[in-house]
Design a protein. Structure first.
Length: 151
């Protein structure tokens, strides 16, 4: 058997031990195993490992661990909701305060026009930048260049 065939069978050994091969590939592996002591040894090690792993079970955690786990989940959810409501409230207050300040500034005849124009231009620039960054983040997520790369 050629070296390429030997390497191919070595790649298939794990799937063979797990019973995941089709009939043709299974026959190819079995024929190679009959003639290759190196692959026979590797197959025996994999099969032994599979048997040992099949006998293993996870230890059930004590009841106290589960209770602490669920309390932790509840606390994280509760705090998450608290932060969401706090953030939303702060956003509403900041926007309302900003609106009132801007309205007061624009309607005040004592404030020079150049100051009013500067404030409006700065706000418009900030809004454009914010929308641009948000739009870019949304589209970049859809066109992720490295999504096929596995770590």
């Amino acid at each position: 058997m050629a070296k390429n065939d030997h390497e191919r069978v070595r790649e298939l050994l794990s799937a063979y031990v797990d019973g995941e091969l089709g009939a043709d590939e299974r026959r190819t592996v079995e024929a190679h195993l009959a003639a290759c002591p190196e692959c026979q040894k590797e197959h025996e090690e994999m099969a032994r490992f599979e048997r040992v792993m099949g006998k293993m079970t996870f230890k059930s955690p004590p009841r106290e661990v589960w209770e602490l786990y669920w309390v932790s989940v509840y606390n994280r959810l509760e705090r998450g909701l608290g932060w969401i409501f706090l953030s939303l409230g702060a956003i509403v207050l900041i926007f309302y305060g900003g609106y009132k300040a801007l309205a007061g500034l624009l309607h005040n005849p004592a404030v020079p026009f150049i100051i009013k124009a500067g404030v409006l231009l700065a706000l418009a620039g900030g809004a454009i930048l914010l929308v641009s960054v948000l739009r870019e983040r949304l589209f970049v997520r859809k066109r992720e260049r490295y999504k096929e790369i596995e770590i």
